[in-house]
Design a binder for this molecule. Structure first.
Ligand code: SMG
Ligand code: MG
Length: 391
């Protein structure tokens, strides 16, 4: 007979939040697809975006509204999720499941949506809208609820692949002039060593990291090992999403710390990656893992394990950026995140006070819920599709 276990199993379901919110009487959801023009094209190993297509969620409750954002992109290139798929699953399955109950607490949302496989970004957007509504009704800031310990967070910037290394150096120089405290450059096969060398040579010892968005295979290990000489903070997601074992093998061959992004789709995936030695740093994105509560669980796990984490970005509007700033203010976020100012991507945002860079930092909002107000005119102007579901 095995002894009854006294310690929690490796994958328990911890209650991450010190003080849950009261439940809300959910009356409906309004979903909108928005198109926000980007200030300049954003190129990664998988493609170029010029317009951010995003789904904004408005939760309608008896005590007021709440806002969330579904961070899918138009095409399933970063991961399998994409806007039309998220739109369909949210309207057909997820929102109706939540609307089925007279009252629900934000902490119940993930469990209620659990029977529907995958679609984590869609789930995260709905959960955030319910959470925001509950917190606004209580007059309680999201940062405080999640366990934030800072009132501002250091701001890193993600720089897309440019025409050539010289153009990249120009772009990085502008962001450094703005005050960003950490630079991340996107790489892909053929645009890796020379681009990284150009930035390192031009700017000396700046905190620098690279993101491959899963563009390599283990056969490229020798090329990736050439990056070791640049003293990078980390290399992010070199291999495919489901290549945990290969990431572990690659990590053994590199001096540069391997950080996982796409692979970490849940707390369970984080536990597996750490157990395998597939990552020594983790990028936490609430959308990718199904919500801010799951994101906090990953934070807690990594903090207990002494693994540094940082907050990733999905070109969020002011809604998601406000929530990301709150998350990034938790104590385990020891590396600067992709929590850049709104102006990094947008000339016009959909909140009335978009995040700005102050001395290389972004402030954690202190108002109720997300702590930002929606610019209704911009929200309306950018809308390309809308649908409302009620109980
Ligand atoms: O939101 O500042 C941001 C963008 C950060 O590079 C970023 N995100 O793989 O980390 C990543 C990418 C995902 C989006 S690429 C279109
Ligand atoms: Mg990434």
């Amino acid at each position: 007979m095995p002894e009854p276990r006294e310690t929690a199993p490796a994958y328990a379901e911890p209650m991450p939040i010190a003080r849950p919110t009261a439940s809300v009487a959910l009356e409906g959801f309004e979903l909108r697809v928005l198109h926000l023009p980007l200030v300049s094209p954003f190129t990664t190993s998988f493609g170029t975006e010029t317009v951010r297509e995003v789904i904004v969620v408005r939760a309608l409750t008896a005590d007021g509204e709440g806002w969330g954002e579904i961070v899918t992109q138009a095409d399933p290139l970063y991961s399998s999720e994409y806007t039309q798929g998220a739109w369909d699953v949210a309207l057909r399955f997820l929102a109706p499941a939540l609307l089925d109950r007279p009252r629900l607490a934000p902490e119940d949302v993930a469990g209620m949506l659990e029977p529907f496989k995958g679609h984590r970004m869609a789930k995260a957007g709905l959960e955030l809208a319910v959470l925001d509504a509950a917190l606004r009704a209580e007059g309680r800031p999201l940062g405080e609820y999640l366990g934030a310990v800072h009132d501002r967070v250091p701001s890193g910037v993600s720089v897309g692949i440019q025409r050539d290394p010289a153009a990249l150096v120009d772009a990085v120089g502008r962001y450094l002039d703005d005050g960003y405290v950490r630079i991340k450059i996107k790489i892909k096969p053929g645009r890796d060593v020379a681009d990284t060398a150009a930035v390192r040579d031009a700017f000396g010892t700046i905190p620098l990291q690279v993101d491959a968005n899963s563009a390599y295979t283990l056969a490229d290990a020798a090329t990736l090992a050439e990056l070791d000489r640049f003293d990078l903070l980390l290399i992010e997601q070199p291999l495919q999403e489901d290549d945990l074992v290969d990431h572990a093998e690659l990590a053994r061959q590199l001096r540069t710390p391997v950080c996982l992004d796409e692979s970490i789709v849940s707390d369970k995936a984080a536990a597996d990656a750490l157990a395998l030695g597939a990552a020594s740093v983790i990028n936490i994105k609430a959308g990718r893992v199904g919500g801010y509560l799951e994101a906090v669980r990953i934070h807690d796990r990594c903090r207990d394990a002494g693994v540094p984490v940082w907050c990733g970005g999905m070109l969020e509007t002011g809604i998601g950026r406000a929530a990301n700033a709150a998350l990034a203010a938790l104590p385990g976020f020891t590396l600067p995140g992709d929590v850049s100012a709104s102006s990094r991507f947008y000339t016009r945002d959909i909140v009335t006070e978009p995040a700005v860079l102050e001395d290389g930092h972004v402030r954690v909002p202190t108002g109720p819920g997300l702590g930002v107000e929606i610019d209704r005119v911009a929200w309306e102007d950018f809308t390309v599709a809308r649908e409302t579901l009620t109980r």
